[in-house]
Design a protein around this ligand. Structure first.
Ligand SMILES: Cc1cc2nc3c(=O)[nH]c(=O)nc-3n(C[C@H](O)[C@H](O)[C@H](O)COP(=O)(O)O)c2cc1C
Ligand code: SF4
Length: 662
């Protein structure tokens, strides 16, 4: 049955079809372009499976990640790559039964990346891109002609592959925005200066692509404003969109925010609310002469419905939401909104995975990029149903229990505390981090729905387990903060005075909260470079303390950089002038009135006043149970932090894979 035939009445707008130029889109839910790295440059079977899984989930329109044209060393899909057009054809054929329409984004990074042969990046003028920091060369007229040919070739490939449309990437500070924006474009010829001149190359490209694709395909652009002095304002974006629409060059307008100078606005993390981009979109969106796509942390069809009802957009991007759960539309139509696995906005698995490992994953969805083997739909009953005991009700144990129960095992989940969720419950107490708990709430609902026998406030040791005699045990007992003064960048150094009353863990800061007097000055020592120390600092700054953040790393919270969360956190922390940052720092000792610190590469020790000293280092695994089960006569699998304290993504993945292995 076609999804919209079942549309719940309160979702009548978002589930209604819409025409984008000649293309009929079955509903208003869009996956906007997102680099995955799955295809390794082309539309390979894994990338096809990734998209087909989401077509099956009911999304109306997918815009495929940017296709690199010309000689730009763009990392995602590459125009002319072997197998690209054949891959498009397979993708189109496999998605056709589900009604999802497919556009291809085409782009060039301009000054953000050198050319493939190592020569300087291209741009409108000589500017320096935020990512590579290499001065670009101003494009010659011959290079512009070449670029037009490249776009035309790429668009023809899309047509040959049977795609439904093309989007030219003019957002995020990349090449075409570098022509549109006076921030970069300082040319004195016909391609710079006045508004018309800055529009000239983008207009040429749109005209050329329009002429190259059949009338049965749609054409549009993605635009974003620049919150910098002299950059493109939201009103400028409206003028640009009008200019294109008035000339009949676009069938749709896709609005985004941010550039590579403020990438945390392109892919806003957990601290941003749903719809955080809308304010900047409104001038263009409200006046648009063509259908508008808006985006920004939308996760439910109810939110999308509201956007359309308020007139803020005609279609709504739900990109990360679909990375986390491919079947949002289908589940919602079936009345199973509670079953939708929530994107928590952590940015670690998706953009973090792309920037560190060259391919996206997802913290909450293990199957991303591996749909052919790990799709949730492929979890079938075990041939050998067993009695499985899972010890530990944090995210790793919950995921293990969920998947084991889905496989038909009889599952008991024992948790020593009165609550499920483990360390995530503490992380969620930090300012702007409540959303991280969404995943454990979802997991808890799922394990209950799957019939897992949950035993709270139940501490089990090796003897209890021997009495229960399970067929297999999954140990997910997690880890605990370590306050021993050891610092991983300074082997052999143990800070003295760690038993001083002022020394606390980040867990204590967040759990004791306003029940304790933290004084007026704090030192937060961050050995991990991840979120724990940032969370404690943010909590204390919010309570009015002056915080000195000491880290042995070369920058603030480097573990958050790939998740585009370090600068956003620093911006918040520094806003009131109550933050002092010491990088390359070593903590020498804690005593009455504060700490002694020194720089790792020289200089003498110096004193920092503090009433509270938060020490954050790598946790210690909680191994008591796993060590006690060394000689157990049944399989024992350790998952998550008890193996080695790491991240939420690893915890969930290991729990998942352990349950699949039984
Ligand atoms: C891993 C990842 C890669 C992205 N790559 C692109 C891209 O190639 N082109 C683009 O226009 N936007 C890209 N984006 C931005 C998304 O299209 C979207 O604007 C952003 O994720 C916010 O929408 P959401 O909150 O619905 O996820 C990317 C986002 C993610 C998470
Ligand atoms: S990694 Fe985090 S932000 Fe990215 S899709 Fe998954 S849950 Fe959402």
């Amino acid at each position: 049955m076609h999804p919209v035939e079942n549309a719940p009445a309160n979702l009548s707008r978002v589930l209604s079809p819409i025409a984008i130029g000649p293309i009929h889109i079955p509903n208003r839910v869009v996956r906007t372009g997102h680099g995955t790295g799955i295809g390794k440059g082309t539309m390979n079977p894994a990338l096809i499976a990734y998209h087909v899984e989401r077509a099956r989930g009911g999304v109306g329109l997918t815009i495929i990640e940017a296709l690199a044209v010309g000689t730009s060393a763009y990392p995602f899909l590459v125009s002319g790559a072997p197998g690209l057009v054949e891959g498009y054809r397979d993708l189109v054929a496999l998605c056709a039964p589900y009604g999802m329409k497919i556009f291809q984004q085409i782009g060039h990074l301009g000054n953000e990346i050198p050319e493939l042969d190592g020569s300087p990046p291209w741009s409108s003028s000589d500017s320096v891109g935020a990512m590579v920091g290499i001065p670009s060369q101003a494009m010659s007229l011959a290079q512009m002609d070449f670029l037009v040919e490249c776009y035309v070739r790429a668009a023809r490939d899309c047509a040959d592959g049977g795609l439904d449309g093309v989007e030219l990437h003019m957002a995020h500070g990349y090449l075409l925005q570098q022509f549109l924006s006076p921030l970069y474009n300082r040319r004195k010829d016909a391609y710079g200066g006045s508004f018309e001149n800055r529009m000239r190359l983008p207009v040429r490209l749109l005209e050329a692509v329009r002429a190259a694709i059949p009338e049965t395909m749609a054409l549009g652009v993605r635009l974003s404003s620049e919150p910098f002095e002299g950059g493109l304002s939201p009103e400028d974006i409206k003028c640009i969109a009008d200019h294109f629409a008035d000339r009949g060059l676009i069938d749709f307008l896709n609005l985004s925010s941010g550039t590579d100078y403020n990438p945390h606005k392109i892919i806003g993390a957990m601290h941003e609310p749903a719809g955080y981009e809308l304010e900047g979109d409104r001038p263009a969106a409200h006046a648009s002469k063509v259908p508008v796509i808006v985006t920004g942390r939308f996760r439910t069809l109810e939110e999308a419905e509201q956007v359309i009802r308020e007139g803020d957009g005609d279609l709504v991007g739900m990109t990360r939401a679909h990375i986390a759960d491919p079947a949002i539309v289908r589940k919602t139509i079936e009345g199973r909104t509670d079953d939708v696995r929530p994107c928590i906005g952590c940015n670690h698995g998706c953009i973090g995975g792309l920037l560190t490992g060259g391919q996206i994953g997802c913290t909450v969805n293990v199957a991303v990029g591996l749909e052919a083997t790990l799709s949730e739909d492929l979890i079938g009953p075990s041939e050998n149903p067993r009695r499985v005991l899972v010890v530990g009700g944090g995210p790793s144990g919950l995921e293990a229990a969920r998947v084991a129960a889905m496989r038909g095992h009889t599952v008991v989940l024992a948790e020593a505390s009165p609550h499920l969720g483990g360390a995530v419950n503490i992380a969620a107490l930090a300012p702007r981090r409540a959303g991280i708990a969404d995943i454990v709430h979802w997991l808890e609902r799922e394990v209950r729905r799957c019939g897992v026998d949950i035993r709270l406030s139940t501490y089990v040791d090796a003897e209890d387990i021997a009495d229960y005699a399970p067929d297999a045990v999954i140990v997910a007992t997690g880890s605990l903060p370590r306050l021993d003064g050891a610092q991983h960048r300074s082997p052999g150094l143990l800070a003295r005075g760690m038993d001083h009353a002022s020394v606390v863990s980040s867990h204590e800061v967040l759990t004791e909260g306003s029940n304790r007097n933290w004084g007026s000055r704090a030192v937060v020592f961050d050995d991990t470079g991840h979120y724990e120390a940032v969370a404690a600092a943010e909590y204390l700054v919010a309570r009015g303390l002056a915080v000195t953040f000491v880290t042995p790393h070369k920058s603030f919270a480097p573990g958050l950089e790939p998740a585009l969360s370090d600068e956003a956190a620093l911006e918040r922390l520094a806003a009131d002038g109550n933050l002092r940052l010491i990088t390359y720092g070593e903590l020498l000792s804690v005593g009455d009135g504060g700490v002694e610190v020194r720089h790792r590469f020289g200089g003498g020790a110096f004193h920092v006043d503090a009433d509270t000293v938060v020490f954050v280092s790598h946790n210690a695994p909680n191994r008591d149970l796993i060590d006690g089960l060394a000689d157990a006569p049944f399989p024992v699998i350790a998952v998550g932090d008890v193996r080695s304290p790491r991240y939420l993504q690893t915890a969930i993945r290991e729990g998942h894979m352990a349950a699949r292995s039984l």
